[in-house]
Write a protein that binds this ligand. Sequence first.
Ligand code: SF4
Ligand code: MG
Length: 313
Amino acid sequence: MSLIVENLSIRTNQFQIVKDAFFKVEKGERVAVVGESGSGKSITALSILKLLPENLKVSGKIEVDGTNVNSLKGEKLRKFRWNKVSMVFQDPSASLNPLMKIKDQMGEALLYHKKVEKKEVDKKVVELLRLVEIPEPEERINAYPHHLSGGLKQRVAIAMALACNPDYILADEPTTALDVTVQSKILELLEKLSIKKSTGILLITHDMGVVAEFSQKVFVMYAGYTVEAGKTEDIFKSPLHPYTKGLIECSPILNGGKKRKLFYIPGNVPEPSEKIIGCPFHPRCPEAKEICRRNIPPILEINDRKVRCFLYF
Ligand code: SF4
Ligand code: MG
């Protein structure tokens, strides 16, 4: 049982946003996709749920527990979105209707997508709020989203995502809008849920500290490519790709929060419209060689790790 993305490409009429992304999440596993903003992470997640606007063309393999996602339409797609894979967004307000009480919006999901009986709905909502460790759930079900703090709202959004007991959750920067102490608690919650319910979680983040805290495996994305993949532990111990090295160096948490001037990666992720010949990281790479300016490196497998860089050829 796994969620598999391979050779993913996403393009508009004019340019390619995602060029060659891949990753895999097994059921019950916690996986991170990391990269700076603009690297194509969010759009990749949206493509798994077929939530992209029509003008974007998606090709490549997206398969969830053997189902080819591209072939899903109508009722099957709706079911897939609630019962198989669901999503938690950075801004919890994006998942919640501000005009509806918590019990009504969660109830709606349970009634329509999980076919819970009407008289059972409130009880089930309370159960879900308890599962995400919201205090006094019997009272909180009558709240509107704006009555809740950011952290509680994100817990409700997670409860919504869990309503139909999906096998996988895609969480796009779920803690970025929250302060640091709340951030850790939400990550802890997601970890507990993945263990308790065997939910596979794909966490999208720009923060290597979050990766270290949460994930078992990590896929590093740059400019629409997956550039490195492996076990989190191995990647932190010996990052192979110069971009991964830079991300680790940049993370204040991993540097012990020291105030010294950190190494940083100069420059920015290229815009999808920018034409870069060769390795997309070469304009920023401290280790670039002649070949890097001419060719795009293919993926190389080294034991159970993968890297897209000419240093290893
Ligand atoms: Fe740097 Fe070359 Fe590796 Fe690209 S292929 S990351 S430019 S060394
Ligand atoms: Mg994003």
